[in-house]
Design a binder for this molecule. Structure first.
Ligand SMILES: Nc1ncnc2c1ncn2[C@@H]1O[C@H](COP(=O)(O)OP(=O)(O)OP(=O)(O)O)[C@@H](O)[C@H]1O
Length: 291
């Protein structure tokens, strides 16, 4: 698997439970995602940026078949995921959740080695790789024997990332992975994610509603409106300098002129772009826009 993801006009209607309908819910309410199409290039970080309920998680979970589209297709390297065994597919794709998603009754080392072991990797090889990943993610090896509740929020998120990387997937799905940690640790984790991506060249699909995080990480950003409709797609500098409309401008906070010039100056300075119309920056240039 090399890791290109293609969303081909995917739509998702969640069923409205009968009880909710009886209580007045609108059964004809719009879909969670409506005819979304986008190709996510292999080896890049693409951020789905949108407010709560815009369909980000729904889109992400279509990639590993945790959500099935009502219509449309998701293809990985040209192959429709609908034809793949969901369990095998999920084990081949890294997935990092907001709370780390660690198994509470398993030690850190067992959490990280879980998927490689299920895939048939020997205990010794899996443990060796797990320790390597802990090192890469700046986790003290002594933590390997601890249980998740004995970790700080930042450590648990790092373990979550290590676990997602353990089976060496080409694709990493990251769903608001740093939402629950404090701003300082969050920025450290963002910088580490950017570094990892440069070193390992994974295709990362990253969900957030945090504009600064999107600018810090995304080679490309897809700004979503309600119903998973694309408001704008582009690099951070492109979106900052040429917001498509008033919705994008407001969502990014560009109607606040002080914030707008801070964001633009930081992105230009750190990308070395020099002018608003300069071409897209190198991926590392996006590591910059800090609050
Ligand atoms: N299992 C479900 N059953 C019914 N409706 C759902 C389900 N999951 C999501 N939805 C609805 O679909 C819409 C999109 O939800 P989704 O979780 O994809 O949005 P999101 O952008 O990830 O939001 P958040 O940032 O709050 O996580 C919302 O209106 C939500 O209520």
């Amino acid at each position: 698997m090399s890791g290109e993801i293609e969303f081909d006009s995917v739509t998702k209607h969640y069923p409205v439970p009968r009880r909710a309908r009886r209580q007045g819910a609108d059964a004809s309410a719009g879909p969670a995602v409506n005819a979304f199409s986008a190709t996510i290039a292999q080896g890049t970080t693409t951020v789905l940026l949108g407010s709560s309920g815009s369909g980000k998680t729904t889109l992400m979970r279509m990639v590993n078949r945790m959500v099935e589209p009502t219509s449309g297709r998701v293809l990985i390297d040209g192959e429709d995921v609908a034809g793949r065994d969901p369990v095998v597919l999920r084990r081949s794709i890294g997935y990092v959740m907001q709370n780390g998603g660690l198994l509470p009754h398993r030690r850190v080392i067992d959490n990280i080695t879980l998927v490689p072991r299920l895939n048939g990797t020997s205990r010794a090889d899996a443990a060796h790789r797990a320790r390597e990943l802990m090192g890469i993610l700046g986790l003290d090896l002594a933590l390997a024997e601890r249980y998740p509740h004995e970790l700080s929020g930042g450590q648990a998120q790092r373990v979550g990332v290590a676990r997602a990387l353990a089976a060496d997937p080409a694709i990493l799905l990251m769903d608001e992975p740093f939402g629950a940690v404090d701003p300082l640790v969050r920025r450290e984790l963002q910088a580490e994610t950017a570094r990892l991506q440069r070193e390992l060249g994974k295709t990362i699909l990253f969900v957030t509603h945090d504009v600064d995080e999107a600018l810090a990480l995304g080679d490309e950003i897809i700004v979503l409106r309600e119903g998973g409709r694309i408001a704008q797609r582009g690099t951070g500098p492109q979106i900052l300098h040429h917001p498509a409309d008033a919705f994008v401008e407001r969502f990014l906070g560009l109607d606040d002129h002080i914030r707008a010039s801070r964001l633009r100056e930081t992105v230009i300075r750190d990308s070395g772009a020099g002018s608003p119309s300069s071409p897209a920056p190198a991926p590392e240039a996006a590591e910059v826009a800090r609050p």
